[in-house]
Design a protein around this ligand. Structure first.
Ligand SMILES: [Zn+2]
Length: 68
């Protein structure tokens, strides 16, 4: 779970994992912790997918040795 406020960027050290809602102690921004985590997972998944695509492309781009 991210402790960084998506609105002001304030990093709170008071947020507990069991807390249902993200609450920024700086600007008062509140968000559902599940939605916040889902966004992080989505971004992580897209990043991993992009890496897999790049790795496959690099494999295809590698010159194949001619077998005779
Ligand atoms: Zn904030």
């Amino acid at each position: 779970m991210s402790r960084t406020c998506p609105k002001c960027g304030h990093v709170s050290k008071d947020i507990r994992r069991t807390q249902a809602h993200f609450c920024c102690t700086n600007c008062g921004y509140t968000a559902n912790a599940d939605e916040n985590a889902a966004g992080n997972i989505l971004r992580a998944g897209l990043a991993r997918l992009a890496q897999e695509v790049n790795s496959k492309r690099s494999q295809h781009c590698e010159p194949s040795e001619v077998e005779q």
